[in-house]
Ligand binder design. Structure first.
Ligand code: PRT
Ligand code: MG
Length: 262
């Protein structure tokens, strides 16, 4: 591996699975299945790009200290870690979920907040939880946990939890209800700031390729077909929210872009 080689940090599971199509679209196929081997360093179809598999919560650390040049990490993890030394060029809009407050269904959260009661909150996300309750003026005692937050209200360890919710099935299965939605969460591309300066020529095209893959995906979601993003016209259509009149105002060589008459 030459000095100019790039290392991308990913975590196994949903972030890996949902980053794969973006990598593919950006011309980097991962040639090995991480579930079928114990390898922690994976090759890609590009000689100068390799992937390292780390714990989800370690991705920002790897990128911050240069163990990886780039990485993909959840906004939750990024906020908890802090963004020092990390350039965040793109919201990849993958591994989407929300950060919420949940309580036992028989706990009157609204009344407790109204009374100004002190709440016992269990969470892995102490920074996000502390900031949220401080902004509401609610006093909390924080209990730091590393997993299975749902158990805390059921065992009397806490009144409330702050955790990620996607389908809501985990809460439901444990008789918990969501009482506050703190923020929407998705995964971000993070880049080591020193790498960005020293390896500009390699990193910039990758950021651009990811951005193009995202725009293509959005076009696909919105119109049900891929707009040819190499056409200036299609870019106008996407960048401005697909307003037909913008297309009319633009000049095109082709008569149609996909199924959209121009
Ligand atoms: O598991 P490990 O300790 O190694 O790390 P991790 O849990 O941080 O990794 P992983 O792969 O589980 O999550 C990586 C990232 O995926 C998170 O940082 C989030 O940004 C994002 N993500 C998206 C989620 C979820 N959706 C999600 N539903 N992370 C976790 N969950 C969990 C949640 O904590 C809860 O236990 O799934 C459960 C709720 O799911 P529903 O569908 O039942 O609501
Ligand atoms: Mg997990």
């Amino acid at each position: 591996m030459s000095d100019a080689a790039l290392t991308l940090a990913l975590s196994k599971g949903r972030i890996f699975d949902e980053t794969l199509p973006l990598l593919r679209a950006a011309g980097m196929e991962i040639t090995e299945d991480p579930d079928k081997s114990r390898k922690l360093i994976l090759n890609t179809s590009r000689d100068d790009v390799r992937v390292v598999l780390v714990r989800a919560s370690d991705v920002p650390t790897y990128v911050q200290y240069g163990g990886a040049d780039l990485g993909v990490t959840g906004l939750d993890t990024l906020i908890e870690h802090g963004s020092q030394g990390l350039y965040q060029p793109l919201d990849l809009k993958i591994a989407r979920c929300r950060m919420s407050v949940a309580v036992r269904s028989d706990f009157d959260y609204a009344a407790m907040v109204k009374q100004g009661a002190r709440l016992k909150v269990a969470t892995k996300y102490t920074t996000i939880a502390r900031d949220f309750f401080a902004s509401k003026g609610v006093h909390v005692d924080m209990v730091k946990l590393y997993g299975s937050m749902e158990l805390a209200p059921l065992t009397g360890l806490a009144d409330a939890i702050v955790d990620l919710v996607s389908t809501g099935n985990t809460l439901k299965a444990n008789h918990l209800v969501e009482v506050e939605r703190i923020m929407d969460i998705s995964s971000r591309l993070v880049v080591n700031q020193a790498s960005l300066k020293m390896k500009q020529a390699q990193i910039r095209p990758i950021i651009d390729a990811f951005a193009k893959a995202l725009a293509d995906k959005r076009g696909m979601e919105r119109y049900g077909f891929a707009l040819p993003m190499d056409e200036a016209a299609a870019k106008v259509l996407i960048d401005f929210g697909g307003r037909q009149w913008l297309v009319w105002n633009a000049h095109f060589k082709r008569e149609r872009i996909g199924d959209v008459p121009t």
